[in-house]
Design a protein around this ligand. Structure first.
Ligand SMILES: NC(=O)C1=CN([C@@H]2O[C@H](COP(=O)(O)OP(=O)(O)OC[C@H]3O[C@@H](n4cnc5c(N)ncnc54)[C@H](OP(=O)(O)O)[C@@H]3O)[C@@H](O)[C@H]2O)C=CC1
Ligand SMILES: CC(=O)N[C@@H](CCC(=O)OP(=O)(O)O)C(=O)O
Length: 342
């Protein structure tokens, strides 16, 4: 059994981690923390999961107490960026495996972090210990790293379609446009008028354009696959759904067809359980993946514009966050990749 803890479990991704890890057959959920819920039974806060939570209680989000807890092998950080790094350091020094859902260890350079996140990196030295891992496109040897940076939600929806195409030279690294729609849970559990029911129901809007913070992570990963710098236009939108991301990418066809894209995708994803390539004429739709750890992808060729259209959809809280983190835990600890995942 892997003994795990979740920090920041009162938030959206933390709750999904509680849901997944409390029913995972290879895991003992040993610690669940929150500043606002410390002392409360977890079963009382999440009644729909109460049948499998026993007498587990929320404890304070205290980094040194978690580091000193010999009953923990791995800890999931479901905390805001800037905060997560402060927890990662003591856990790392205590020899725990850390799965960080925030952006604190996703970038190679503290300068790029500062440019896109508007603050100094909290622990630049620790960046060297971290590995950014998209499970379908892993770096060699990542399992040896003690600190795993889980990819962001939008980045996952963009990288899965694009990485194999850039790595294989099917497309080139110029003039790529990604337009994405996210459900409101993507913003976290914010008590903010902009995310209230009346503001968001039946109303969608663009935001974060033209320089959303996820561009840094997306461009870094695309450049590493392409072997040269990549600049992307990223157009996020907030839409009235609870969960889900729908992404449409437009890219020059480089003389290639939809069939060429399918060949590159299949060679990368043929045996990957959570990537479904739609070849039956249907297009990705969020309702078909929400509640699962899957990402659906499809391609169309626009002969008039000489461009390829790549589409994807995922659940931002599963494949875009907590599901992907559990998938990474499975792989890191040598379990079957799909175990405990919907
Ligand atoms: N929502 C999504 O779709 C995705 C989120 N992520 C990332 O995962 C992380 C968590 O996101 P999400 O669950 O949405 O966020 P939420 O805002 O829903 O939850 C974050 C939790 O962190 C705790 N927290 C906040 N500030 C502090 C602090 N200073 N010290 C200790 N704990 C703190 C809070 O719990 P309390 O106040 O009870 O302690 C809060 O409930 C973020 O970094 C986010 O960017 C990644 C991919 C997708
Ligand atoms: C709808 C919405 O607001 N989404 C968030 C991104 C989701 C998220 O939490 O970002 P990470 O993947 O980096 O952790 C945003 O645009 O900032």
């Amino acid at each position: 059994m892997i003994r795990v803890g979740i920090v920041g479990a009162s938030g959206y991704s933390g709750e999904v981690l509680v849901e997944l890890l409390s029913s995972h057959p290879g895991v003992e959920l040993a610690a669940v923390t929150s500043r606002s819920l410390a002392g409360k039974p977890v079963a009382e806060v999440f009644p729909r999961l109460s049948h499998r939570l026993g007498s587990l209680q929320f404890t304070e989000s205290d980094a040194s107490a978690l580091a000193q807890n010999d009953g923990l092998d791995a800890v999931f950080l479901a905390l805001p960026h800037g905060v997560a790094a402060g927890f990662a350091r003591p856990l790392f020094e205590a020899g725990k495996t850390v799965f960080d859902l925030s952006a604190d260890f996703r970038l190679g350079s503290p300068d790029v972090y500062k440019e896109f996140y508007g603050q100094d990196h909290p622990d630049p030295e620790l960046l060297k210990a971290a590995a950014y891992v998209l499970p379908e496109f892993p770096l060699k040897g990542w399992q040896e790293k003690p600190l795993i940076a889980c990819p962001g939600c939008y980045p996952t929806s963009i990288l899965i379609p694009l990485l194999p195409l850039l790595a294989s030279g099917t497309i080139q690294s110029k003039d790529i446009i990604a337009s994405c729609m996210s459900g409101v849970s993507g913003a976290g559990k914010k008590a903010n008028e902009d995310f209230s029911y009346c503001e968001r129901t039946e109303s969608a809007r663009p935001y974060g354009q033209p320089k959303h913070r996820h561009l840094s992570e997306i461009e870094e990963q695309l450049a590493s696959a392409a072997g040269s710098p990549v600049i992307l236009q990223f157009l996020p939108h907030l839409v009235p759904m609870r969960r889900g991301i729908v992404t449409t990418i437009s890219v020059p066809d480089n003389g290639k067809t939809a069939e060429d894209v399918l060949v590159a995708w299949k060679s990368q994803y043929a045996n990957r359980p959570f990537v479904r390539i739609l070849e039956d004429g249907t297009l990705p739709e969020s309702k078909n993946v929400v509640g699962t750890n899957r990402i659906d992808i499809a391609v169309r060729h626009d002969a008039r514009m000489q461009r390829l259209i790549l589409t994807s959809t995922e659940d931002n809280l599963l494949k875009g966050a907590s599901g992907q983190a559990v998938q990474l835990m499975n792989l890191k600890f040598g379990l079957e990749e799909t175990i405990g995942l919907p």
